[in-house]
Ligand binder design. Sequence first.
Ligand code: I3S
Length: 128
Amino acid sequence: DKVSCPPKIKPSEKCGVLNVTKITEHGKKVRKNWTSSWTVLRGSLLLFTKSQGGGTSWFGGIQSKPEFTVDLRGGSIEWASKDKSSKKHVIELKTRQGTELLIQSENDSFVNDWYRALTDTISTHAWE
Ligand code: I3S
């Protein structure tokens, strides 16, 4: 699970490979599509790029062209209930824009770190 962050990442940013799927987009339910994504937390933004070659190599794509980005300002997170996914360690993230994501990893301490980082980010930017 030890993967290094891309060279251009700043110390204030957090990155890692997570399994991600949208479940709702603009308030409408969408079909799940779990993908392994390079994820970078940058300020109040969470950026995702599809990881390549099994998720341990870095291709620099996220710096220039993230596959999608969500703004955490005004969002909320919680641990997903069992009916949301059969997977373990699943975070449910809801954005103010009406996008809902599930974020998961088999590594529970890794997911706990992300949960904490996302919670901190949401509360830090609560009044923006
Ligand atoms: O919530 P669901 O519909 O049971 O989610 C599962 C499906 O999306 C399934 O895909 P298809 O129904 O397109 O074959 C995925 O392969 C599963 O991973 C989804 O469930 P989990 O429990 O893994 O989130």
